[in-house]
Design a protein around this ligand. Structure first.
Ligand code: GDP
Ligand code: IMO
Ligand code: MG
Length: 431
């Protein structure tokens, strides 16, 4: 048995969904611990694709229990729609299969409205949020004015919470953003309805996970977003509103740090970013366009084109330190096939000095000029390769160069979106 945390090392969309789905074969429990439906995790099984926003990516496996921890912000309407979509996909989600923490915070209509209104007002300096109400919901959590899942189960409590908060929200919406107010009775009715539908799933995620760990069962913690979108350690303010790092697997699920065995960092073989913010290795040229097209780099949540660029090892090395990574899982190596040369940034030149990690100030990151190592590309199709030694020499050299710079072994090399399109080097559950 083991507990394994999976996190993104870059700016999200590294392929966490695929890797979590794959590793679930070895797990008994899969838990989300932060973020909300800003996440879009894609699973491709038997040629069929499904994108999950809130349900843990282990859900396609029939005999596993999925959990949504207290650190997640839950839009109940989106979750219920996702359960319907899963049913259409042939996956029934009985309450024995999904547990939602009573402590998780609920995304309310005013959170979504404020998220969008603020972004519209910011114009040029906007963060480019997913518009799902994530930031405003986390703000209310920290301000102690939030609505939690268990509040949806009791009319008197929910009414009291809404009465306490709606005056201020409606003042902001009507007087500052010039929008219609949110109606208390309609919101109460709608959210009590969601509460009734979700009630069978609500439970004590911390107790369930700790019980499982004491019984020596295996647990997989599924991170959302990526290291550099972390609200503390990311490229602030162009970040999300939660801690995305592996450390938050503990706070966001109610499991102590002594219980974590292994942390896997997912690293896309190049870099992408959706939304605003600095991106030193971004390619605004035909190569960037080619990576976007070949890699299908369009947002799983919003459909926005993702910004694409070369692999940035400064970003990855920071992720190794911040998450205490034990191994790396590299994804989308196949997307680089056919490029005559491939590059990776191994440092930056900035204001006359050489840096090997991202500086804290946004304007300094924007002045960082990547120092590239250039390697030969490969032409051979690698999607059918299942052993590291069968990769073309140039692809192996690319991975070995990453390993030399980062100083970590690979556990997985992914060569296609499908579950089977994988080279397994070290099973993280065998740690
Ligand atoms: P996540 O948010 O980290 O789960 O990643 P997304 O699902 O948003 O984006 C990753 C995309 O890459 C999805 O469309 C996956 O199906 C796809 N994908 C994952 N691994 C691979 C791979 O090794 N090769 C290719 N070509 N696509 C992959
Ligand atoms: P997964 O889990 C990529 C980005 C948004 C925006 C910033 C803040 O699929 O990797 P938010 O709505 O969270 O307040 O937006 O964070 N962002 C993501 N980018 N992948 C994600 O999730 C993301 N979740 C949020 O684009 O720049
Ligand atoms: Mg995604």
């Amino acid at each position: 048995m083991a507990t394994v945390v999976v996190v993104g090392t870059q700016w999200g969309d590294e392929g966490k969904g695929k890797v979590v789905d794959l590793l679930t074969a070895r797990a008994d429990y899969v838990a989300r611990f932060q973020g909300g439906n800003n996440a879009g995790h894609t699973l491709v099984v038997g040629g069929k694709k499904i994108i999950l926003h809130l349900t843990p990516s282990g859900i396609l496996h029939p005999d596993k229990v999925c959990l949504i921890g207290n650190g997640v912000v839950v839009d109940p309407k989106v979750l219920l729609e996702e359960l319907d979509r899963l049913r259409d996909f042939g996956v029934g989600v009985a309450p024995e299969k999904l547990v939602i923490s009573a402590y998780a915070h609920v995304i309310m209509p005013y959170h979504r409205r404020l998220d969008l209104a603020r972004e519209n007002r910011k114009g040029h300096g906007k963060i480019g949020t997913t518009g799902r109400g994530i930031g405003p919901c986390y703000e209310d959590k920290v301000a102690r004015t939030g609505v939690r899942i268990h509040h949806l189960l009791d009319e008197t409590t929910l009414r009291r919470r809404l009465e306490a908060v709606l005056d201020e929200k409606n003042f902001l919406l009507t007087h500052y953003y010039r929008q219609d107010p949110v109606d208390l009775e309609a919101t109460l009715d709608e959210y009590l309805g969601y509460g009734r539908l979700l009630a069978p799933y609500v439970g004590d995620v911390s107790a369930r996970l700790n019980q499982a760990i004491s019984e020596r069962r295996s647990v997989l913690f599924e991170g959302a977003q990526g290291t550099h979108l972390d609200v503390d350690h990311g490229t602030y303010p162009f970040v999300t509103s939660s801690n995305t790092l592996a450390g938050n697997a503990c706070c966001g699920s109610g499991v102590g740090p002594t219980k974590i065995d292994h942390v896997v960092g997912i690293m896309k073989a190049y870099t992408t970013r959706v939304g605003g913010g600095p991106f030193p290795t971004e390619l605004s040229d035909p190569i960037g366009e080619r990576i976007r097209t070949c890699g299908g780099e369009f947002g799983s949540t919003t459909g926005r084109p993702r910004r694409c660029g070369w692999l940035d090892l400064c970003v990855v090395k920071d992720a190794v330190r911040l998450n205490g990574l034990a191994t790396l899982a590299v994804t989308k190596l196949d997307v680089l096939t056919g490029l005559p040369v491939v590059r990776m940034a191994v440092g930056y030149r900035c204001d006359g000095t050489v840096l090997d990690g991202l500086p804290p100030e946004i304007d300094r990151i924007e002045r960082c000029q990547p120092i590239y190592e250039e390697l030969q590309g490969w032409e051979e199709d690698i999607r059918n390769v299942r052993r590291f030694d069968d990769l073309p020499t140039a692809a192996r050299r690319y991975l070995e160069a990453v390993q030399d710079h980062v100083g970590l072994p690979f556990s997985i090399v992914s060569v296609g979106p499908g579950r089977e399109e994988t080279i397994m080097l070290k099973d993280p559950f065998d740690s």
